[in-house]
Write a protein that binds this ligand. Structure first.
Ligand SMILES: CC(C)(COP(=O)(O)OP(=O)(O)OC[C@H]1O[C@@H](n2cnc3c(N)ncnc32)[C@H](O)[C@@H]1OP(=O)(O)O)[C@@H](O)C(=O)NCCC(=O)NCCS
Length: 220
């Protein structure tokens, strides 16, 4: 497998760290700390009124200098699309949060996108909104109901990661994001995809099932 990853001791908040290549790293944080812990290091640049959402927001930002010590948190700006970015692109980065977890990926050279999701049955209500007819076939293969839930969540998470990798918004998940096939097992693997906006770009989305989360990321 390319890159290095390690599952860290579950008593550490940084539960997973992955050095994807010499310029790109990914981390997953289990949020157990109070807001004060993060606020000591993270400048809060926008109002996040809901306390748990604020905690998630702070934890996502906190992760970035954990991956790269020199990450300039205070320089983060937020685009009209709500994508956070650094004006001089010293690092490309992407953040996701779900429940008590925050994930971040950063790269000094390549564009990145990340998403984490807890599989829940709610996904089946929105399948028609994000999968085209061909992609729905990926859910028609023989599998248990828990595998079906995991696979449907993975397909959603992969498209969210591609959406964030692109970052400019205006993406129709059925029309512009195409999942061609999946390769892997119930621990990790990859999806071969095409991003069709306006020309077709091939993208590989990597995934990992970790504890009760699906984590997907794109580096390209
Ligand atoms: C923006 C979006 C991807 C966020 O996903 P989410 O599951 O709600 O939340 P996550 O925790 O995974 O991600 C939130 C983070 O994404 C980042 N983000 C927000 N907008 C972004 C954008 N346009 N591009 C890249 N990253 C973005 C931010 O870092 C944000 O966290 P922060 O505000 O604390 O920094 C999602 O709200 C969205 O708009 N998805 C597209 C929906 C869509 O078009 N669906 C059509 C098919 S149903």
């Amino acid at each position: 497998m390319a890159g290095k990853y390690k599952l860290l001791n579950w008593i550490l908040p940084l539960v997973y760290q992955h050095t994807i290549n010499s310029t790109t790293k990914l981390g997953l944080w289990h949020i157990e700390e109070p807001e004060e812990f993060f606020i000591a290091k993270v400048p809060l640049k926008r109002d996040v009124t809901h306390p748990h959402k604020r905690l998630q927001h702070l934890a996502g930002r906190y992760l970035l200098p954990t991956l790269f010590e020199d990450f300039p948190l205070e320089e983060i700006l937020i685009a009209d699309t709500r994508k956070p970015f650094l004006p001089d692109e010293q690092y490309h980065f992407s953040i996701s949060h779900c429940g008590n977890y925050a994930a971040a990926i950063a790269s000094s050279e390549q564009r990145v996108g990340i998403d984490i999701e807890h599989p829940t049955d709610k996904i089946f209500r929105i399948i028609h909104k994000f999968l085209n007819e061909e992609e729905k076939q990926l859910l028609n293969e023989p599998m248990s109901s828990s595998q079906l839930l995991q696979t449907a969540t993975l397909l959603w998470s992969a498209k969210e990661a591609m959406f964030k990798w692109y970052g400019d918004g205006g993406v129709d998940f059925r029309k512009h994001l195409h999942i061609i096939n999946t390769e892997g097992n119930n621990e990790e693997g990859k999806l071969h995809c095409h991003f069709q906006k306006p020309d077709s770009i091939s993208l590989t989305v990597k995934y990992r099932f970790i504890k009760d989360l699906v984590m997907s990321w794109v580096v390209s």
